[in-house]
Design a protein around this ligand. Structure first.
Ligand code: NAG
Ligand code: NAG
Length: 464
């Protein structure tokens, strides 16, 4: 049935051809429309999901989930969200535990009151191939995927996605995401600006990067001080972690397959003291006991926590997205994998690409007039706020951008939502108080306030 309108087009005359093309495009997005996700509450907005081919020859296709804005989608911007890893899913992490409209809870989905689709049309992309439901029919494609291929595939994805959703072609476009998306996003934005020189396609209005990897050594070496100042390691271990073997050296050795005896010693001390029962992505948050223990194959009943956030949401998402009825509703297929996973087991990413600095690419974007916001969940020890703040500050100096909003608190309701500083009205830094690496997961309300300010290109609320 899907091929019928295409055949008609092939035999039609020019005028009819144009008319039918438009129909075919509309038809294509109709095929991706989600009637309802199993267990979802009734909502007034449309959802779509499915595949966009990025390479016909090798049959590589990326999976997306698109939640239109709750109200008046035609007047709202388009926002692409990317999670990091490299190799983790924007559907499972972003959409279903951070800023999407629903969160899985047992057999059902519950509404996320602070979903970012209150303000924008949210597009979640599982990238690169091998992540989540995205696939390549040729398994050899999973070797050697790195930043370059990922950025190019993401660009091709968007170009082809616009064929399915032509009404979004010239919409204000923002790219947001976190963690390793500190590589994906600036690299993709850079390619878009290049592409726009040939054909004005991407109406890019800004990028926001949450706890991003921007410069490997600065970001990773902030960890020692964060651990130490939060009481996770002793004074003695802190000294070793900063003078004998720092974290960037350890990671660098580890990815090259040769960890030196001194780094090995320092890291085992650090691991022992920090303990695996502390969530490194939010040192104040409880851990999901069943997840931590599953690594040692011990089965325990799920904890009924008293915290307001569900720290076991990852388990819930894995269960939900592996249901056959859910996959059917999402138009998703499992190709070459047994099940959907939060982070890919088959992708063999070029991990040394981690060392490519992207803060320089961010500088290029700012120079081209693209507003950039770097924000930090301030309880994250993986990419701590101190490293990100230093990098943004350094970039502002290099670009000779004056401070336009001095370092100050910002408010969400009557409470401090975090701190912020703006340079040259174009480059911003902000913390989100009490937030994890996945800020919208642990501080959804504050994250939404930050998102709104970012979309409107205005400083964060100064008072209440
Ligand atoms: C795209 O939108 C911009 C405003 O954001 C407008 O100036 C431009 O003419 C539009 N281009 C097309 C091809 O519609
Ligand atoms: C980390 O260790 C490397 C290698 O020993 C060294 O070159 C670098 O200066 C160190 N960085 C910091 C911030 O201590």
């Amino acid at each position: 049935m899907a091929s019928l309108p295409l055949k008609l087009v092939a035999f039609a005359g020019i005028l009819i051809h144009i008319c039918l093309c438009i129909q075919v495009e509309a038809y294509a997005s109709l095929l991706d429309r989600i009637t309802a996700l199993p267990g979802q509450p009734q909502v007034g907005f449309q959802q779509y999901s499915g595949y966009v081919t990025v390479d016909e020859k090798k049959q590589r296709a990326l999976f997306y989930y698109f939640a239109e804005a709750e109200t008046d989608p035609a007047s709202k911007p388009l926002v692409l969200w990317l999670n990091g890893g490299p190799g983790c899913s924007s559907l499972g992490v972003g959409a279903f535990s951070e800023n999407g409209p629903f969160r899985p809870n047992g057999q059902v989905l519950v509404r996320n009151e602070y979903s970012w689709n209150r303000e924008a049309n949210m597009l979640f992309l599982e990238t690169p191939i091998g992540v989540g439901f995205s696939y390549s029919k040729d398994a050899s494609s999973y070797q050697g995927v790195g930043d370059k291929i990922t950025a190019r595939d993401n660009l091709v994805f968007l170009k082809n996605w616009f064929l399915k959703f032509p009404q979004y072609r010239n919409r204000s476009l923002f790219i947001t995401g976190e963690s390793y998306a500190g590589h994906y996003i600036p690299q993709l934005a850079d390619l878009m600006l290049e592409f726009n020189k040939k054909e004005e396609l991407f109406n890019l209005k800004g990028i926001a990067l949450g706890n991003p990897v921007l410069e490997f050594a600065t970001d990773f070496n902030s960890r020692a001080e964060f651990f130490w100042s939060h009481g996770l390691i002793s004074d003695a271990t802190y000294t070793m972690f900063t003078s004998f073997c720092n974290y960037s050296r350890y990671v660098s050795e580890y990815y090259r397959g040769s960890v030196s005896p001194i780094c090995s010693r320092v890291m085992s001390l650090v691991s022992r003291e920090t303990s695996r029962f502390v969530d490194k992505y939010d040192v104040t948050l409880d851990v999901c006991i069943s997840s931590v223990l599953s690594q040692s194959k011990v089965l325990t009943p799920k904890q009924v926590g008293e915290t307001t956030v569900d720290v076991c949401v990852e388990d819930e998402t894995v269960n939900y997205l592996n249901r056959k009825d859910v996959q059917k509703a999402l138009h998703a297929r499992l190709v070459g994998v047994r099940g959907w996973a939060v982070c890919s087991n088959i992708l063999d990413y070029e991990l040394l690409d981690l060392e490519i600095p992207t803060i320089t690419v961010v500088g290029k974007l700012v120079k081209a007039g693209i507003p950039v916001m770097v924000y930090s969940g301030d309880q994250d020890s993986v990419i701590p706020l101190t490293g990100s703040r230093k990098l943004v500050n350094g970039l502002a100096k290099e670009l000779k951008l004056e401070t336009t909003v001095p370092y100050r608190v910002w408010f969400e309701g009557q409470q401090v939502g975090g701190w912020t500083q703006v340079y040259g009205n174009i480059l911003s830094f902000a913390t989100i108080r009490g937030a994890s690496h996945e800020a919208p997961f642990s501080q959804p309300e504050r994250s939404l306030v930050l998102f709104e300010a970012f979309l409107d290109s205005r400083p964060l609320p100064e008072a209440f």
